[in-house]
Design a protein around this ligand. Structure first.
Ligand code: FAD
Ligand code: MG
Length: 334
């Protein structure tokens, strides 16, 4: 028996070191989140906890609804003093750049307009044109002054990082996992999916893009170490007199975005970039979105159009699989 004891202990040790799946699900940022980590069980548990508290920490800074958040304070007082929170500063920097690059289609300074329509408060209504014009006059993102010591908003300005916050949170979670030597993980933060490495057996992750016309998946993608982020108008909206008003807004008109797209999915390494672009390209509509991709080319996309077509960039050719009938399928080349 004595002879077998060390072998038995080694077996227990090896089993506890083996990458097992540890999952944690929780609600944060007004959405449902699931983290699945492949690591030795004890480590997996610790990392899931770490990620959950990092997400809570980010929400406490970025939320527009939590009274004590940095963004809430900024929106009320129009200024924040030293030291400006690092995550907020990173997102301000990033947003200024993407706002410029997308010719304003991505604009986290649109909050006064979005709130007027009742999003986040739930008091839905259709504002009149003159009210919208007044509010739109205070949505120029380039007018925000910020550095590590201060953030200054002009009178009437307010910020909302709803279009990019979950993507940033995914990137932060991936950083935690990578810096702890994890090679395999899957994050699901509402419409944001992010993968680290491959599945533990070395095969690619198979992720679905939601079917806007039904409650299943319309397309599947096989990916490795990629963010797959979708924006669409089919989940958050209100209806009045038979008309649907969605939560993604065209910053030029101050009205819910209305074009030929049902959803936009962006595939690239950065969750933050994918999140911002999924919103921006949704606002642009098919033709401008394709044009924008051709001039940038540092991501892939899947567009599901109102005429039930599937349009995708050539980089996805080998990993995309349609799961429903489309009116037509179009591959866009450089
Ligand atoms: P996305 O396309 O990624 O983003 C759309 C959202 O961005 C809109 O809902 C709007 O807020 C904003 N937006 C609309 N048009 C534009 C545009 N052109 N440019 C830039 N931004 C635009 N929701 C609540 O209802 N209550 C909450 O308390 C709440 N707390 C949150 C806290 C945090 C930290 C974050 C990041 C989000 C929170 N949300 C909350 C929002 C929610 O979780 C989603 O982020 C949001 O509803 C839309 O995400 P999406 O991925 O569906 O769409
Ligand atoms: Mg987005």
């Amino acid at each position: 028996m004595k002879k077998f004891l060390p072998v038995f202990l080694i077996l227990i040790f090896l089993t506890s070191c083996k990458a097992a799946k540890t999952s944690d699900s929780f609600s944060a940022m007004n959405t449902f989140m699931t983290v699945s980590v492949y690591a030795p069980a004890k480590k997996g548990k610790v990392l899931c906890k770490k990620i959950h508290s990092r997400i809570d920490e980010l929400e406490a800074v970025l939320s527009t609804t939590l009274l004590e958040s940095d963004v809430h304070k900024l929106n009320n007082k129009k200024q924040l003093d030293f030291p400006v929170n690092k995550d907020l500063l990173t997102l301000l920097d990033f947003s200024r750049e993407i706002n410029k690059q997308t010719f304003g289609a991505f604009n986290p300074a649109l909050y006064p307009v979005i709130r007027e329509w009742g999003f986040t408060t739930g008091n839905y209504k259709i504002p009149d044109s003159s009210r919208l014009e007044t509010l739109l006059a205070n949505t120029d993102f380039s007018k925000i002054i910020f550095d590590e010591n201060k953030v200054l908003l002009e009178f009437g300005m307010e910020l909302d990082f709803g279009a990019v916050g979950k993507g940033y949170a995914c990137d932060q979670a991936i950083e935690i996992l990578k810096s702890n030597g994890v090679q395999s993980a899957l994050l699901y933060f509402g419409g944001n999916i992010q993968t680290l490495g491959t599945k533990p057996d070395g095969s690619l992750w198979r992720v679905g893009i939601k079917n806007p016309w039904n409650n299943d998946s319309a397309v599947s993608l096989k990916v490795e170490s990629k963010a797959v982020v979708t924006s669409g108008g089919y989940e958050r909206f209100f209806e009045l007199d038979g008309k649907r008003y969605i939560h993604i807004f065209d910053p030029k008109t101050g009205r819910p975005s209305q074009n030929d797209l049902e959803s936009v999915t962006i595939v690239c390494e950065s969750g933050t970039y994918a999140d911002a672009l999924s919103t921006a390209l949704f606002v642009m509509g098919k033709e401008k979105a394709v044009e924008w991709w051709k001039t940038h080319q540092n991501f892939d996309f899947v567009l599901l159009t109102k005429e039930r077509a599937l349009v995708y960039s050539c980089g996805l050719e080998k990993i995309i699989e349609p799961l429903i009938d489309f009116s037509y399928i179009e591959r866009i080349d450089f």
